[in-house]
Design a protein around this ligand. Sequence first.
Ligand code: F6R
Length: 604
Amino acid sequence: MCGIVGYVGSQQAAPFLLQGLKKLEYRGYDSAGICELNGTLRIHKTRGRIADLESLLATEKIVGTIGIGHTRWATHGSPSDHNAHPHFDCTGNLAVVHNGIIENYQGLRQQLIAEGHCFLSETDTEVVSHLVEKHYQGDLLTAVAQAIVELKGSFAIAVLAKDSPGELVVVRQDSPLVVGLGNQENYLASDIPAILDYTRNVYILEDGEIARIKENSVDVFDMKLNLLEKTVFEVKWDPIQAEKEGYADFMLKEIHEQPKAVRDTIAGRMDEHGNLLIEREIPRNLVAGITKVQFIACGTAYHASLYGKHVLEEFLDVPIETDLASEYRYKRVKADQNTLLIVISQSGETADTLGAMRLAKAKGARVLAITNVVGSTLSREADAVMYTHAGPEIAVASTKAYTTQLACLCMIATYLKEQVSGEKEITLLQALANIPEQIESVLLAHEHRLEKYARRLLHATDAFFLGRGLDYASAMEGQLKLKEISYIHGEALAGGELKHGTLALIVAEVPVIALLTQETLIDKMVSNLKEVKARGGNILLLAQSNSGDFSDVGDEILLLPQTHCLLAPLLTVVPMQVLAYYAAKVRNCDVDKPRNLAKSVTVE
Ligand code: F6R
């Protein structure tokens, strides 16, 4: 999740590049840069926001009429001047900007270094500049086409060459790119908002398409460089809609981004045979000889830790504990050098989480962080980091951060099992690879039904979320989503606990969201649901597709794709997010900015 812009025309490129980057700043904002061609290629880039880039440019004379720009959300390499895009090749003849993740960059980097290339950054992007350089023999289009054959992963790339003045070559694979069509000038952007003030006519590039953009022409080719006929698409969105890519709210957009976010998070971390490739991120010595695992986190991240605890308990014999960071800070810390402390935080800046981590670290604990923000305080203070590649999460309510945290936890648990017992968990990882597609199918099959069901919650004051085992951990996240954005009181309960008190609140038509994905617990849960039914509660039931007939207990039944039972939470959470979203909408709540809440809680 970064932003790309480009310009070719008769005007100076810099004003469009800067304005376009500002429009894309919501996609990434830890560093930014532009490259303009004016006889020679000149790169101007800096850590920080677009305003910092603007200050840098204030003292420069920028007159080039062709250029590319980038605003970054770091994935490989911390936010810094040298990791900011664009990136040169060795000769300074080529400059490259890139969105996405090059999964095989490590291997390519080693190979290119062995061939004599010199790298100046830690990014995956820089392999692209050197690969294009390797293939460049005077024709930029051919060089780019040959280079991308060697890339694995997702990418939107724009390349500018000193020796090919007057043209930009761009390519897309699993990461968006649009070419804006102007009069004697053409524009490039990763996202439509960047170009709306300039043109509404665009070519939307498809995966595997390469475009050569000049002042008076735009040619689009397939990977084999056959010329394609493209249809001009007229954009009718207003600028705000465009930022949300047509979705009504960032939260809904982010719910729909989950297939890609999970795909990006697992990309490059396991091969097609289900082997894990995460030893570089989590060195063996970090986990060797551990006698205890502790999790700390807050809010949604804490709910992810409940998932982590459950999965690790299945795989390891050592004690696994989880604590709310705000509680951990004020109890006797029982961590030592053999404790692996797994700290989960989307922002990496949550005050309680950092405070708790420092206490455990002071006792000698080895800290493994799961965070979404490269360069965050947590990532800097931890001994090892596994990043969720969810991209910036803008809505206050966490959605894609949670599912990507679960994906990381699943890989970490499998890795720990491998390290401790030597046993692999190939079936689990193979099932994880299918999760992105399955989330897509859940949204497709159930979003509309949930939107309708949410109308029942217009006047609801309470809703109960029931589950046993892992489903209970998911229920915790479901209730939090509902209450934080719709202001309906939500409560999660382990199925067996119902009759110990809360059953008193189950009366006619009370909404009960029931999770039934854990095979060994289904009969027990069905008994609990009968207790609810007998009191008139209205049950929305989420179950895996082949686990039985629940028509006698569920008033509304949503069948989810079949997956490994340890992965069911990655699917059950999606309908609960969607339900919370539409419940908030029918109640006219501000979904993206719920009252009293902030995205990053940097105070205690
Ligand atoms: C809920 C939510 C919060 C955060 C919590 C921790 O949707 O977003 O509960 O999960 O404030 O934040 P991070 O993960 O940034 O430490």
